[in-house]
Design a protein around this ligand. Structure first.
Ligand SMILES: C[S@@+](CC[C@H](N)C(=O)[O-])C[C@H]1O[C@@H](n2cnc3c(N)ncnc32)[C@H](O)[C@@H]1O
Length: 383
């Protein structure tokens, strides 16, 4: 048996995989993280209702009645998938008439699912959903009113190439980039980007905030922003095909920090590709969404520079990949400028057509990151 239950500091029980030596949903536990990061972070309820304040919600109105296709990458012990099912069940129970949900889960093997079913009482969240999980284990699919759930078993990298469905929402939850690098490679992220619906967009949510992950998502063709839990240790990342869908887009200040990171590339990126990828990243249309005149943070007087901790710079934090990322609030002046139509889509092949490209004029912050805390020598390599 490759799985066991592990008590988290929060008191929640989570599932530990001995082969990867990693816990699924560490810290907060499976149900809390599945709901806060994935269900709320993707605005799933708004999309299911075909409305909402976000651009995604407004666009979903066009799909009213059509099933919402959700890709659940790394089904594991099914916490994320069951949180999505429960979200829809709740809406229906309140008489809100949500769209049908078509859940497509990807998983290398179903042992964790069987484990979650066997431990339903201890874990809590699978309770009441056992018939669905049994059908899924036996037939690879389960169906009931308003829900179609299918599991694609095998290596995600192959299954995604054969996948006929297009995803409006993606829960991206492999093991960490260090333990499970193939699923965080640029090649895999590009395959995910190709799965966006032909009309409308897609929204991906993941727990990783690593520079390599975010750079990979940008390079794959997404716009990228902070996840729904900016104050939490596992803040998460949100990636969309429409800039206007991001509540907290990464700003040029993030790009400046990326250039100094020790691990700026998605896993498995060959060194020979770094130069071209760096150019592509600097040209990404996301940076053109910010006013070029965004002032650089003021230089503090020399006496106050040493050991300064400004707002949001309260110290290093451990990122998911186990390395240290600086904690830093984005400058207030770097408010995003929405493309007029709000419909800017990033191109993976060239500079932005929607505004001043950063290729010709790198963001001021990129060469002038402003005051920063002293960082370990190895982390100061400039990309
Ligand atoms: C962190 S766990 C997922 C937890 C799950 N989302 C949940 O809510 O319980 C990551 C999962 O990704 C699966 N996985 C890792 N590499 C994979 C691959 N190449 N193809 C398909 N699944 C993979 C693992 O088997 C594991 O179950």
């Amino acid at each position: 048996m490759r799985y066991r239950l592990e008590r988290q500091k929060s008191g929640a029980l989570a599932v530990y995989n001995t082969a990867y030596a990693e816990t699924m949903h560490p810290g907060a536990g499976p149900w809390a993280e599945a709901n806060a990061l994935y269900v709320q972070g993707s605005a799933l309820a708004a999309l299911l209702l075909g409305g909402g304040a976000q651009e995604a919600g407004r666009r979903a109105a066009a799909h009213r009645g059509a099933p919402l296709v959700l890709f659940d990458v790394g089904l594991g012990a099914a916490a994320n998938a069951l949180a999505a099912v429960t979200c829809r069940d709740e809406l229906a129970r309140r008489g809100a008439r949500p769209r049908p949900l078509h859940l497509v889960s990807f998983e290398a093997e179903l042992e964790a699912l069987a484990f979650a079913l066997a431990e339903a009482d201890a874990l809590g969240y699978p309770r009441g959903q056992e018939p669905l999980l049994r059908d899924l284990l036996r037939d690879g699919r389960a169906e009931r009113d308003g829900l179609r759930w299918e599991v694609r078993v095998g290596d995600f990298r192959r299954r995604i190439e054969e996948e006929p469905e297009r995803a409006e929402v993606i829960f991206f939850d492999p093991f960490s980039p260090r333990a499970n690098p193939e699923l965080w490679s640029l090649e895999t992220l590009e395959a995910l980007h190709r799965c966006r619906p032909r009309a409308g967009g897609t929204r991906l949510v993941t727990y990783s905030t690593a520079f390599g992950t975010r750079a990979g998502l940008l390079l794959a063709g997404f716009f990228v922003g902070e996840g729904p839990l900016p104050q939490a240790r596992r803040a998460g990342t949100c990636a969309t095909t429409w800039f206007a869908d991001l509540a907290r887009p990464l700003t040029p200040a993030w790009l400046a920090r990326w250039r100094h990171d020790r691990e700026p590339w998605p896993p498995l990126t060959p060194p020979a590709a770094h130069r071209a990828l760096r150019e592509r990243l600097l040209e990404h249309p996301q940076w053109a969404q910010f006013p070029a005149e965004t002032p650089a943070p003021p230089e503090p007087p020399p006496a106050r520079r040493i050991g300064r901790t400004g707002p949001g710079r309260t110290g290093p934090r451990r990122a998911q990949s186990g390395r240290t990322e600086p904690r830093s609030a984005e400058p207030r002046s770097a408010e995003p400028r929405r493309a007029e139509s709000g419909r800017t889509e990033p191109s993976r092949t060239g500079p932005s057509r929607t505004g001043p490209g950063r290729a010709e004029r790198p963001p001021r912050e990129a060469s002038h990151p402003g005051p920063r805390r002293a960082r370990p020598r190895a982390a100061r390599r400039r990309v």
